[in-house]
Design a protein around this ligand. Structure first.
Ligand SMILES: [Zn+2]
Length: 179
């Protein structure tokens, strides 16, 4: 049997054996990388009982695979950066961060195209998948999110301004309500 052909994921840069499979409409991942992501999600949904750090996985993957310059792809990168900023820099509970992210999405946040650096960051879905147990998985999920947030440092300023505006719309929020 000939060796399978390989391809490089346009987002994270992972080189993997080609697979025949679906990809996402606007998240710019190879089918092989998308399949690994599905396996990581299955662990969060299944054996790991949906840890808080699940959001880190979703955000990290989305911004590491920014896709092409079209509105849905740009907005996806923008709102996932918002949630990471709120959770990582402002230490907000994920439910609160998700509420603001949803607000940004429905509010029609205008996100310019950010030229991504390729490959983006140093940690990929393969590293998270390699985690041997729940504790390692959670640590890898957080490390991946932090690495991605750092990789997008050129956008931190604009993302912080978006977060300021969103938080200003929720003056009556008290910590704990959403956690
Ligand atoms: Zn990838």
């Amino acid at each position: 049997m000939p060796a399978p052909s390989r391809s490089v994921c346009p987002g994270c840069g992972l080189e993997l054996d080609d697979v025949d499979g679906p990809t996402h409409d606007y998240i710019g991942a190879s089918p092989a990388c998308w399949k690994l992501y599905g396996q990581v999600l299955a662990r969060d949904y299944g054996e790991y009982g949906m840890p808080e750090e699940h959001k880190f996985v979703v955000d990290a993957y989305a911004i590491q695979h920014p896709g092409e310059n079209e509105p849905r792809a740009r907005q996806s990168v923008g709102v996932h950066l918002i949630r990471l900023c709120l959770m990582l820099e402002r230490n907000k509970p994920q439910r609160y961060a998700t509420a603001l992210m949803t607000r940004a999405t429905h509010g029609g946040l205008h996100v310019p195209w950010f030229d991504p650096v390729t490959p983006l960051g140093n940690i990929t879905v393969a590293d998270v998948l390699a985690a041997k147990d729940k504790a390692a998985h959670i640590a890898a999920s957080r490390a991946w999110a932090e690495d991605q947030w750092a990789a997008w440092s050129g956008q931190h300023e604009i993302v912080r301004r978006w977060c300021d505006a969103l938080e200003a719309q929720l003056p009556d929020y008290t910590p704990g309500e959403d956690s």
